[in-house]
Design a protein around this ligand. Structure first.
Ligand code: GRF
Length: 203
């Protein structure tokens, strides 16, 4: 299966997927990378891996709809079976989500449904949580609210700061995202009536 990965920045999750493909464990091919920002490290990672990359600057568009239309055209140019949001920091329109529903994944740095939105590590520390982590989910119209697929958990340490906690969450992200993508590429992971199913069993 053909995968398109959308990024906005560092691309550590993209790199995990690139490494999994190189190791033969992804069971899919990253056909293209698209960023909404120029000059980000994720684009270097794509180039080093020989993956075609494009930038669709959201600044070039005066509406969310216009940007999403250009994004969809670029994505569909790669003929994807799966679209993976990996550190992609844009809120997508319902039209975009509906166009890819069931083959659109995202990773969020919290144990959803807890802590949707931004700055999760800071909020978790401020709240004195003892557990934290990351979640891979199907993308639906509800921001950070789609059917959950897989989570990675970490203990919060008393001496954690945002960086140390983000670092451990990142290790979980880079473990669970390739796993979820592999399940999809194997045809085992599906979105059925609003629920994620693995081998026909609701997750
Ligand atoms: C990560 O925290 C990820 O959970 C979130 O975006 C951040 C950067 O991801 N989706 P990446 O390094 O650009 O993949």
């Amino acid at each position: 299966p053909r995968i398109v990965v959308l990024i906005s920045g560092g691309g550590t999750n993209l790199q995990a997927l690139i490494d999994a493909e190189a190791a033969g464990t992804l069971e899919g091919t990253i056909a293209g990378v698209i960023s909404n920002r120029t000059g980000v490290k994720g684009l270097d990672r794509a180039e080093s891996a020989g993956i075609p990359a494009q930038v669709i600057p959201h600044r070039d568009h005066d509406s969310r709809e216009s940007f999403d239309q250009a994004l969809m055209a670029a994505i569909d140019g790669f003929r994807p079976d799966l679209v993976v949001l990996a550190g992609f920091m844009r809120i997508l329109t319902d039209a975009f989500v509906q166009h890819y529903q069931g083959r659109l994944l995202n990773i969020h740095p919290s144990l959803l449904p807890a802590w949707p939105g931004l700055h999760t590590h800071r909020k978790v520390l401020e709240a004195g949580e003892t557990e934290h982590g990351a979640t891979v989910h199907f993308v639906t119209e509800e921001l950070d609210g789609g059917p959950r697929i897989i989570q990675g958990r970490v203990r919060v340490h008393p001496d954690d700061d945002e960086d140390s906690l983000a670092g451990r969450v990142g290790v979980q992200e880079r473990r669970i995202y390739p796993e979820a993508v592999r399940w999809f590429c194997q045809g085992r992971l599906r979105l059925v009536q609003g629920r994620a199913q693995l081998d026909g069993t609701p997750l």
